[in-house]
Design a protein. Structure first.
Length: 438
């Protein structure tokens, strides 16, 4: 980019220098022409009023061959009576020369003619005298090209100087232009205070946001890895401890039975954890290519409620389904998982004798799934955070009921992928309602 901007500056400088010099030469030549004609007019005026041509015999002896001014006297009929640089008798009729014709007509005339033979321009001024004759004064001068060639060394010198200054200036200008951008690239954390160009604000805002997202993601990943390691460690430590006791013969027969039970329970917990972790990472990967189909959410909820009926009875919790058939375009497996996770929580965080109600309805053109329980409820300050990975309100209750702390994280992921919305209503000690609005 630097090189490109610099090259454009240099091109601009060179072009403007050349253009200026050419135009200046043309302007100078126009001025020069005016000057020469004005001079000729003055000479004519002086000659006319000095009475030089009153006595032609004196004039005829007078030659001006050593100056570049040429004086000609022409009779009203166009015959040349006198010429300071040639023999008048040899010269043809001048009646039709533009400057003479004009002077005969209007009193004065001027003309510039180019002579190919001498390669120079001839300037003429003619005036009608009182006696009707025409007095013409002429002067040779170089053409525009000759003048241009004459000042070419000057032009080249000035041009080169200007271009050199332009080169240095464009180098500094480019650096100055790009310096804030380079500074911004080196310090992403303070983009706001460093943005010099207001046109760059949308760009820096986007970059900053991406930068923050990257940092946030990295932090989340780090936290997640630390949490996973910690979560895996607990059951593994238990398994390792109990099996070591058995191995060393330090357990009685009754203990062996109990230890085996612990080992079984902890390995099951490990499996659930690993399954949930794998599921989360799968959801991360399939973020962009979701395969969807028309599914009846009510049917899915019914299967889930049927499946959890026994589990509910075991904890003295009734579970029922209400609403009507609602078809949505979604991923079936994910919908099953979503309903299952919500119902499972509603049972696990419920009280004996409580109930779980699952609703599938249509409201304002949206399909709504609601899972409402009469359980322990969630404190206001935790309601936002329960969808975070491994976030639990009551860790021991979660663990004792086989929770991994990942169920609602999976729910949130699924909801986001279906462009749906999550709502939560919960009162401590009274119960919780979680709604998914499609
Ligand atoms: P877990 O496996 O621990 O249940 P979740 O991600 O499913 O993990 O839920 C996170 C936390 O949210 C739970 O530990 C629990 O404290 C709280 N929670 C979830 N659902 C309910 C509910 N229906 N009633 C009360 N608390 C709940």
């Amino acid at each position: 980019m630097k090189r490109k901007i610099n090259a454009r500056f240099v091109l601009l400088t060179v072009m403007s220098v050349i253009l200026t010099l050419v135009l200046a030469t043309v302007a100078y030549y126009e001025l020069f022409k005016k000057e020469v004609l004005a001079d000729l007019r003055s000479y004519t005026y002086v000659l006319e009023h000095a009475g030089v041509f009153d006595d032609m015999t004196a004039v005829k002896e007078y030659t001006l061959s050593d100056t570049d001014v040429r004086i000609t006297l022409i009779d009203p009929d166009g015959a040349v009576r006198y010429d300071s640089q040639a023999d008048a008798a040899d010269m043809d009729n001048h009646e039709n020369r533009p400057e003479i014709a004009e002077a005969l007509r209007s009193g004065s005339g001027e003309a510039i003619r180019h002579s190919d033979t001498i390669g120079r321009n001839l300037f003429y001024y003619a005036a009608r005298l009182d006696n009707g004759s025409i007095l013409r004064v002429g002067k040779e001068s170089g053409s525009i090209w000759a003048i241009f060639a004459g000042i070419l060394p000057w032009i080249a010198g000035i041009g080169a100087g200007l271009i050199l200054i332009g080169l240095v200036l464009s180098h500094y200008l480019t650096m100055q232009l790009l310096e804030p951008i380079e500074r911004m690239a080196n310090d992403m954390d303070h983009l706001d205070s460093m943005t010099v160009y207001k046109e760059m604000i949308p760009f820096t805002t986007k970059i900053r946001k991406q930068h923050e997202d990257i940092i946030k993601n990295a932090k989340m990943r780090q936290d997640f890895t630390a949490n996973v390691s910690h979560e895996l460690k607990t059951p593994l430590t238990a398994i390792s401890g109990y099996s070591e006791l058995i191995e060393n013969g330090m357990a009685t027969d009754a203990d062996v039975q109990r230890f085996a039970g612990e080992i079984h329970k902890n390995s099951k917990r490990l499996l659930t954890l690993i399954n949930d972790i794998i599921r989360l990472s799968e959801l991360d990967v399939t973020e962009h290519d979701l395969t969807t189909q028309e599914v009846d959410l009510y049917e899915i909820a019914r299967t889930c409620v049927d499946m959890l009926q026994v589990n509910g009875e075991k904890h003295d919790i009734s579970i029922s389904l209400l609403g009507t058939s609602c078809t949505i375009n979604a991923n079936r497996e994910m919908m099953e998982e979503l309903v299952y996770n919500l119902c499972d929580n509603a049972i696990r965080y419920n009280n004996a004798g409580g109930s779980v109600k699952v609703w599938v309805t249509k409201a304002d053109g949206h399909t709504v799934l609601s899972v409402k329980d009469t359980g322990i409820g969630i404190p206001k300050e935790d309601q936002e955070r329960i969808f975070e990975r491994f976030y639990r309100v009551d860790k021991s209750r979660s663990k004792s009921t086989g929770g991994t702390g990942l169920g609602l994280a999976i729910v949130k992921h699924i909801v986001e992928q279906h462009n749906a919305k999550l709502e939560i209503d919960s009162k401590l000690g009274e119960g919780t309602e979680i709604r998914v609005i499609f």
